[in-house]
Ligand binder design. Sequence first.
Ligand SMILES: Nc1ncnc2c1ncn2[C@@H]1O[C@H](COP(=O)(O)OP(=O)(O)O)[C@@H](O)[C@H]1O
Ligand SMILES: [Mg+2]
Length: 238
Amino acid sequence: MVASKGRAIPDQAGEILLQARDLRLTLSGAAGSVDILRGIDLAVRQGEIVAVTGPSGSGKSSLLAVAAGLEPATGGSVELLGKNISSLNEDALAKLRRGRVGVIFQSFHLLPNQTALENVAAALELAGEKNPAAARKMAAEALTRVGLADRHGHFPRQLSGGEQQRVAVARAAVVSPDIIFADEPTGNLDQRTGEAVKELLFDTVREQNAALMLVTHDRNLAEQCDRMISLQDGRIEQ
Ligand SMILES: Nc1ncnc2c1ncn2[C@@H]1O[C@H](COP(=O)(O)OP(=O)(O)O)[C@@H](O)[C@H]1O
Ligand SMILES: [Mg+2]
């Protein structure tokens, strides 16, 4: 874990890490324009595990992408870690997100030509760790924590889906982010493996006192979170 980031010690109240106001996303394509997010208001505080649920096509992934700063909104605002991200240029946004925002996808998104260890170490290097030996050591510890002590040298194709998702959790967690965004992280896993990955992810978030925004269409999984936000046609269902 990155030890010295000069981060203030959190108070019990849990500061707001993510605040979306009247968030809108309209994309135009050949078939005309589509209103994907139609005025979303939400806040996520430190220490919270928030589920975003809803049927396929309701805008869950879009909301996650916009909230995590991966895609610009077309209306409204997102404050991430206290900064209005629409006012930031690409460099400033990258700098804000570096080491403080983790993302986990349904399809893992590991680098195929790098080992498990290298995948995790790369996240540390991106977060500013200059010493490759230190990065490898921390990556090894993170992999051990997710139960992959004996898989450091394996490439993604040599790992099961559950193992790949564990690497993705280790990669997101190793920099001790303030907030993790996860888009259906158990969606490609069988039920038992999905349950194990969920527990690992929840434990990691609790241990680090981070926040988690977890997209899922699995109602059962959503109900295990602290709070649930249900989307329908790009709006929050009341
Ligand atoms: N690049 C795009 N251009 C046009 N429409 C899109 C694009 N990406 C997603 N959509 C549409 O936006 C809606 C929401 O998609 P998405 O956020 O992926 O939903 P979910 O994750 O809830 O299944 C869907 O109707 C989808 O077809
Ligand atoms: Mg989706």
